[in-house]
Design a protein around this ligand. Structure first.
Ligand code: ZN
Length: 310
């Protein structure tokens, strides 16, 4: 299993995914009259904000819709009327996130040394978030989702050094077939694979380490006790270390954030750590989101200097 610093720089900073940027009324008007895509300027704003903050591995900002609708609306067999509902066999039609990932890479090209993260909502979270009038069995639906999602991941992997699967539902209701399910979703991938699951996974961490992924990303700021559990667990994966809360606008104390990062470096080795906010920043204002990223980057810079590895 590759370590984070073999793929990226030492102690890279990333984001979980969503970023507060939406089309302005003028952009929506231009889109209506000139048939332009109003989400492209929003994507560029989200990506530029991350780059200016010093984020090493950026996302496209997931500005088009929420993490379920972005995918559900493009999968054959799903009816989009309010809540997505599965009404037939699920089928992959064409790549869903590749175009926005390529656009993101074009913005990132101006910033040497930075990379783009591919982000896909995981099969279990997709299955738990949609209505189902067809499979009528959560396990069967999850595996059907996993096959579609695997095709998306295979289309995406030639464009990115890392693909992250988002599985927030796994922290609430961990399925006993998670290992096999993530195996289907990640089959044939050669890039680094991460899995983000927000919520308190302290009692489940020994299960997460069994999953066939290279990196586990969790909310360490919201659930500070998790770091002790991780430090006491013997496992191979890299860790995505959430250092600031995404659900609250208050800025964390930098000494406390640095303390958590130092503790993780001591326990796991800095070569296995990527620093990020706990979850997507969609619910914060652009100003707050930027302050949170600045805090993560500044703290990383301090600790990296202490370690003598910058
Ligand atoms: Zn999350």
């Amino acid at each position: 299993m590759k370590k984070v610093d073999e793929v990226f720089s030492s102690l890279p900073v990333t984001v979980v995914g969503s970023y507060p940027a939406s089309p302005s009324p003028e952009e929506m008007m231009a889109a209506y009259h000139e048939h332009e895509d109003p989400f492209i300027p929003a994507l560029e704003r989200a990506v530029t904000a991350q780059l200016h903050a010093g984020v090493d591995v950026v996302s496209d900002g997931q500005t088009r819709a929420d993490m379920v609708a972005i995918f559900a609306s493009k999968i054959l067999g799903v009816r989009m009327k309010g809540r997505p509902v599965v009404i037939g066999d699920l089928e992959f039609v064409k790549p869903i996130t590749v175009d926005d990932t390529v656009l993101t890479q074009k913005v990132v090209d101006e910033y040497p040394g930075r990379s783009v993260k591919g982000i896909i909502t995981g099969p279990y979270t997709m299955a738990m978030s949609v209505g189902d009038q067809h499979y009528l069995d959560i396990k069967e639906l999850s595996f059907a989702m996993a096959k579609v999602i695997n095709q998306e991941a295979k289309a995406l992997q030639s464009h990115v050094p890392i693909i992250q699967f988002d599985e927030p539902f796994m922290s609430q209701d961990y399925p006993d077939y998670a290992d096999e399910l993530i195996g289907v979703a990640t089959e044939g991938l050669d890039v680094m694979v991460g899995l983000h699951s927000c919520g308190d996974v302290s009692n489940l961490f020994d299960k997460f380490v069994e999953l066939p992924v290279d990196l586990l990303d969790h909310e360490f700021a919201t659930h500070p006790g998790l770091l002790d559990v991780v430090a006491d667990t013997d496992f191979e994966q890299n860790i995505g270390l959430g250092l600031v809360r995404s659900d609250k606008p208050d800025l964390e104390d930098q000494d406390a954030v640095a303390g958590a990062l130092r503790k993780a470096c001591d326990a796991l080795g800095p070569e296995r750590i990527m620093a990020d906010p706990d979850c997507g920043l969609r619910h914060q204002t652009p100003v707050t989101a930027r302050q949170k990223l600045d805090l993560v980057v500044n703290t990383r810079n301090t600790v990296r200097t202490e370690l003598g590895s910058d």
